[in-house]
Design a protein around this ligand. Structure first.
Ligand code: FAD
Length: 521
């Protein structure tokens, strides 16, 4: 009997796993079944709406061509929907040739002045501490926080303002993850003020990545079951090997029990950064959800309780105050706001990237992407995205924490920072999205808190998510989930091909230090 693959969760990680099973593992699409709790696929890479209801997405993504080795390896095999003769990778390369990132207004201060950013603002002490952190081993860094290594002054540098808002780091996050970013994105140091290395997809990532991949999988017969929440996994130990024997799920008001046979494999998304996220509207703030509303943590916790090889979710999900922030999507039917932004920033849509208001209590940033941002977006509608790292603080122009604000109030705060009349957003729809676990994967942790993509003690269960251990790679990226998928599939199936290695941009410590010192001039 042919073996089957059950994929639990429908984020980019498992979609990639399905593609690797077919492309590299010789699986037939019809032998792959994906169970997803939400009504659509893509997980955190969501994007939906129309001009009437307003568009909404939890996040817009930055990529590079210097990294993302597994992501582009995958998307070289997936045809674009809008240019079928090109792969998604080729389409993305062409797009970025035409629309280069060159931010002219990366940081904006309380006077609405563009902050000069070429110098990064480091003192000698900051340099020494940063180099020390970059050179310390992960074993030694263990579960320490960034603040354990860098002095308070460091967090007032222009470098930190740009780094923290580009990658969503907080001072209390994991020193190991921070160090990994320093190494993995070393080449971004000299160009972080212009975001010159950032690459983007043609549309939002749901339209430009999820839909083409979903279609490629559908054409090959993969079965997607949406609205299906997996509640438990039955198992036995074969010797010391954990072996999944059945999957229990809740589907359309019914409980289902799926038997997992001898050679079948199961790939689970343990944990999700957008778990328990909630959207509000132009008139209402998002409802605050938490652990009780989670789908992914509960399942991972059950498994971790029976096998120490399966990690420790509590390292990541125990402090919403340290892992939450809020984003918002604005739909405009009046070009004035974007025109004013182009005048002010000096960037046409799609060329500027993040604009961060450094003195904003919420630490608010916005991005004006290339238009149209959604495939179904009419020419007279514009969409942009923003986020804030401190939604629990009272605003500068709205006397409320962002988390209690509706879309209208968020626009008031934004126009206040920009000194734009509120009429520039007349008729705009702003949809906020609160994400309690958005930076949960940056929480301090030790190595064993995350399972390997295929733990040594597992026979047929793999983990694919932001919460697995992959040496040297960095979380909060699409790449991490795709790399986990490729590693998991190759290991489970014994595929002899090599997973694309992480390209080294930090060839030797000396080179790293040279680059750092040069960038810190
Ligand atoms: C605001 C924001 C900005 C970002 N910016 C960037 C960026 O600039 N660059 C970049 O590379 N990456 C960025 N990312 C990160 C990137 O989007 C994620 O790392 C990636 O999408 C995670 O994919 P995943 O498949 O691992 O998990 P997810 O997308 O979280 O998918 C998990 C899926 O599993 C489902 N699920 C969970 N539990 C169950 C269950 N019990 N039963 C059934 N289904 C279940 C969930 O519903 C979900 O669909 C950003 C993310 C966000 C949210």
């Amino acid at each position: 009997m042919k073996s089957k693959a059950y994929l639990i969760g429908g984020g980019i990680g498992t979609l990639a796993a399905a593609a690797f099973l077919i492309r590299d593992g010789g699986f037939a699409g019809e032998d792959i079944c994906l169970l997803e709790a939400a009504s659509s696929l893509g997980g955190s890479l969501d994007g939906s709406g129309n001009p009437e209801r307003g568009y909404s997405l939890r996040g817009g993504r930055m990529f590079t061509f210097d990294n993302y080795e597994c992501t582009w390896d995958l998307f070289k095999s997936i045809p674009s929907i809008h240019r079928p003769s090109k792969s998604v990778f080729e389409e993305t390369v062409d797009f970025n040739e035409r629309h280069k990132s060159n931010s002219q207004a990366r940081l904006v201060d309380a006077q609405r002045a563009k902050v000069p950013v070429a110098s990064m603002g480091f003192s000698m002490q900051d340099r020494v501490e940063l180099l020390e952190l970059a050179g310390t081993s992960e074993v030694e860094l263990a579960d320490s926080r960034i603040t354990d290594w860098l002095s308070p002054e460091f967090f007032h540098t222009e470098f930190w303002a740009m780094w923290a808002t580009t990658f969503a780091f907080q001072p209390w996050h994991s020193a190991v993850e921070f160090k990994r970013y320093l190494h993995r994105f070393m080449m971004e140091f000299p160009r972080i003020e212009t975001l010159g290395g950032v690459r983007r997809t043609v549309y939002n990532q749901y339209d430009s990545m999820v839909l083409p991949l979903q279609r490629w999988l559908e054409e090959r017969g993969v079965r997607f079951i949406n609205g299906c929440t997996v509640t438990d996994i039955d198992y036995k130990f074969e010797g010391a090997k954990f072996t999944v024997t059945a999957i229990d799920c809740h589907f359309h008001e019914r409980f289902e029990h799926i038997e997992v046979q001898g050679d079948d494999i199961v790939i689970l998304q343990n944990g999700s950064m957008t778990d328990a996220s909630s959207v509000g509207s132009i008139q209402s703030a998002p409802t605050k959800l938490g652990k009780a509303d989670s789908r992914a943590w509960a399942l991972w916790e059950k498994l971790a309780a029976v096998n120490p090889d399966f990690g420790n979710p509590s390292a990541f999900n125990s402090s919403i105050a340290e892992s939450s922030w809020e984003s918002f999507t604005v739909t405009l039917k009046n070009p004035e706001f974007i025109e004013r932004m182009v005048d002010f920033s000096g960037n046409e849509p799609g060329t500027g990237g993040l604009v961060t208001f450094t003195d904003s209590n919420w630490l608010m940033s916005i991005v004006i992407p290339f238009q149209p941002y959604f495939a179904n977006q009419p020419a007279d509608v514009q969409v942009f995205w923003g986020y804030a790292l401190f939604p629990d603080r009272v605003g500068n122009y709205v006397a409320k924490p962002m988390a209690d604000c509706n879309g209208e109030e968020i626009l008031t705060e934004l126009c206040g920072h920009l000194r734009f009349d509120r009429t520039t957003t007349t008729g705009a729809n702003c949809i906020p999205c609160y994400m309690p676990y958005i930076t949960s994967m940056f929480m301090p942790r030790v190595k064993t808190d995350r399972p390997l993509p295929v733990p040594d003690s597992s026979k047929n269960l793999a983990f694919v998510s932001q919460f697995v251990e992959i040496p040297d790679d960095v979380v909060f990226t699409v790449e991490y989930s795709v790399r986990a998928a490729q590693m998991a599939v190759y290991k489970l199936l014994g595929i002899e091909k090599t997973v694309p290695p992480i390209l080294r941009h930090d060839k030797s410590l000396q080179t790293q230090l040279d680059v750092l010192v040069k960038a810190m001039r």
